[in-house]
Design a protein. Structure first.
Length: 178
């Protein structure tokens, strides 16, 4: 059985973290760019750590999921980048968020493609990957928008992406029990 299937709970947890982040962004759209940067950094680091732990937790003989390893490393790198340079402008934040979203989307599509060989219902992860890519492109296109528009865009994306991860995690948890 795949490491990813056995770690459905970790995927569900990543989904919950993303949903919480999205709800915070929607409830507090007037956040300053600095606070939004701090929340984004915390989210990406926690998200990345969960993905790395999930990829590395394996039974003897199982290989870690390269897609999950990539997802974790990309997320942690984005979070650390934002922590090191917190004085990014709103445009800079949009670029970092856009790059993060597109890279995570590609990694999630790769994981979904590999998972499809094991289970038929990998569509939530593929949908999350497509949402991430679309979100990244939208961020690049919206580089002149204000912080409130950014908060709403980030919030909606995080909730939708988190819901797709939560759905897949719950499906995989159920599959692992059967």
């Amino acid at each position: 059985m795949s490491v990813l299937v056995r770690n459905g709970s970790a995927l569900a947890l990543r989904g919950v973290v993303a949903i919480v982040f999205g709800v915070l962004a929607l409830l507090l759209p007037g956040l300053t760019v600095g606070v939004l940067i701090a929340i984004f950094a915390a989210f990406t680091i926690v998200y990345g750590l969960i993905a790395l732990i999930s990829a590395l937790l394996r039974r003897r003989g199982d290989q870690p999921s390269l897609g999950e390893l990539a997802t974790g490393l990309i997320a942690i790198a984005a979070g650390v980048f934002v922590v090191i340079w917190p004085d990014l402008t709103a445009t800079g934040l949009l670029v970092v968020l856009g790059i993060f979203a597109v890279a995570i989307g590609i990694a999630e599509l790769a994981v979904a493609a590999g998972l499809r060989r094991l289970v038929r219902r990998a569509w939530p992860l593929a949908l999350g990957g497509l949402l991430s890519i679309a979100f990244g492109v939208a961020l690049f296109a919206a580089s002149s928008e204000g912080a409130v528009a950014l908060a709403w865009l980030v919030g909606v994306y995080a909730i939708l992406f988190g819901a797709s991860l939560l759905a897949l995690g719950l499906m995989l948890r159920g599959l692992g029990r059967t």
